[in-house]
Design a protein around this ligand. Structure first.
Ligand code: 6PG
Length: 463
């Protein structure tokens, strides 16, 4: 093979193979490699150029070489770098397309830069289908390196309805993975909110799965519409061929997680951003997998059967308020990271990049993108009139749904957290005054007064 391939892909699992086919279909010369023979064979059977030896793969690339890693996040990325580094020359570019932590990407970028190599952290969203036909791509790279890889990445990316490629650079190397991580944090919240709607519609309102699918179907063209709603509908409608019953009835109710939702929660806690809906979505997965739950489900009392006050169709408003709240919290987190580190840049472009190809794609991204078009420096989504009006249109329904959850004993952690968050935002005065006073009483931490400037202290003697 002559050294004329535009990009090499290391890691030919489902995602790597799908991305390689996507490059090939766009006329971009690609060569792939993988240590596993079965992965190489599957890729070759799909018509891809495959080389077993990493040195041969590197040698097949035009200079400067660009290599996309599609390996699991964590140690496999470092192992791939260990393998590649001795084979590369200054100016070559390694792109990590996994769900890596942004701090790892910062470390890896420094490691490569010390050798004159470039590192790109690339968040890729859209699953297998997206990888094959158009994912959303969230990049972190230097401006110079970005301009050299952009002509390779833009053609394989999804396009929004207005034709803009869902592929952008959001700052230096770690920025892309932070944007992808927060995308996933919001993804967890949307999935949890959908699960809560289905649970309340089922256990609270007494609908069966097929009636719930019909209910959700009616929302598909509204503001809650999107890939995840459609996915939920498909799941609800799928029948187990053996029993003829809904397949969902046979799925163990223990949610797994690979880390990005938790990283988003940790990021919010570290940056001091209130993101309770995103955090509750992670906690709900952990609680679902908490072993004592099974035993306690037999002993803990449940509320006496009570009829919900709301109607099933009103759950759309509750879902809308929760989804918008989750997006607002995610963008607030990105804004706080930007204040702290200078990136990720361009929140409007982040919203536009999430309009197609990615798991979050859905109707809500259009008004969010419009809000940033009106004010590119919008610090918080709910300060935009259109978005606030949209959220307010579902607020009463959210309150009713949370009341119904409490009344019927259906846990709604994401929805309840969203409602409490909104009620806090709507409160001119919060009980944080008591917290400050108690801190000052036992720790002499001081407090601010609202009637005069400066820091104050009192012994709080109670007299
Ligand atoms: C995507 C997805 C994808 C995957 C995550 C979340 O954007 O294509 O976010 O990356 O769904 O790995 O996985 P977990 O739910 O296992 O954490």
């Amino acid at each position: 093979m002559t050294a004329d391939r535009s990009i090499g892909i290391l890691g030919l699992g489902t995602m790597g193979r799908s991305l390689a086919l996507n490059f090939r279909d766009r006329g971009i010369a690609v060569v792939g490699g993988d240590p596993a023979e079965s992965a190489r064979r599957a890729a070759a059977a799909a018509g891809l150029a495959v080389l077993a030896d990493p040195a041969a793969l590197v040698a097949a690339l035009a200079r400067p070489r660009r290599i996309l890693l599609v390996v699991p996040a964590g140690p496999p990325v470092d192992a791939a770098l260990d393998l590649l580094l001795p084979l590369l020359a200054p100016g070559d570019v390694v792109i990590d397309g996994g769900n890596s932590h942004w701090r790892d990407s910062a470390r890896r970028a420094a490691r490569l830069e010390a050798r004159g190599l470039a590192f790109v952290g690339l968040g890729i969203s859209g699953g297998e289908e997206g990888a094959r036909h158009g994912p959303a791509l969230m990049a972190g790279a230097s401006v110079e390196v970005w301009e050299t890889i952009r002509p390779l990445l833009e053609p394989i990316a999804a396009r929004a309805e207005d034709g803009e490629p869902c592929c952008a650079r959001f700052g230096p190397a770690p920025a892309g993975h932070l944007v992808k991580t927060v995308h996933n944090g919001i993804e967890y919240a949307v999935m949890q909110a959908l699960a809560e709607v289905v649970d309340l519609a089922g256990r609270g309102h007494g609908l069966d799965l097929s009636a719930i699918a019909d209910l959700l179907e009616g929302w598909a063209r509204g503001p809650c519409g999107g890939f995840l709603l459609e996915t939920a509908i498909r799941v609800l409608r799928t029948v187990d061929p053996e029993s003829g019953r809904p397949l969902l009835a046979f799925v163990r109710d223990r949610a797994e997680q690979k880390g990005t939702g938790g990283w988003t929660a940790i990021e919010a806690l570290e940056l001091g951003v209130a993101a309770p809906t995103l955090i509750e979505a992670v906690q709900a997965r952990s609680l679902s997998a908490f072993p004592p739950r099974v035993e306690l489900a037999r002993t803990l009392p449940r509320p006496a059967r009570a009829a919900p006050a709301g109607r099933p169709e009103d759950l759309e408003g509750a879902l809308l308020a929760t989804l918008l709240g989750a997006h607002a919290q995610g963008f607030a987190l990105l804004a706080a990271a930007r204040d702290e580190r200078g990136w990720p840049e361009d929140p409007g472009r982040i919203a536009r990049t999430w309009r197609a190809g990615c798991i979050l794609r859905g109707a809500l991204l259009e008004p969010i993108a419009r809000a940033f078009a009106r004010d590119p420096a919008l610090p918080f989504l709910l300060l935009d009139e259109e978005l606030l009006a949209l959220l307010l249109s579902g607020l009463a329904d959210l309150r009713t749904a949370v009341e119904d959850g409490a009344r019927t004993g259906v846990p709604l952690p994401a929805m309840a957290a969203s409602l409490a968050w909104l009620d806090a935002l709507a409160s001119a005065r919060l009980p944080a005054d008591l917290i400050q006073a108690m801190r000052d009483r036992f720790g002499a931490h001081g407090f601010e007064r609202i009637d005069r400037p400066g820091r104050h202290h009192d012994l709080w003697l109670g007299t």
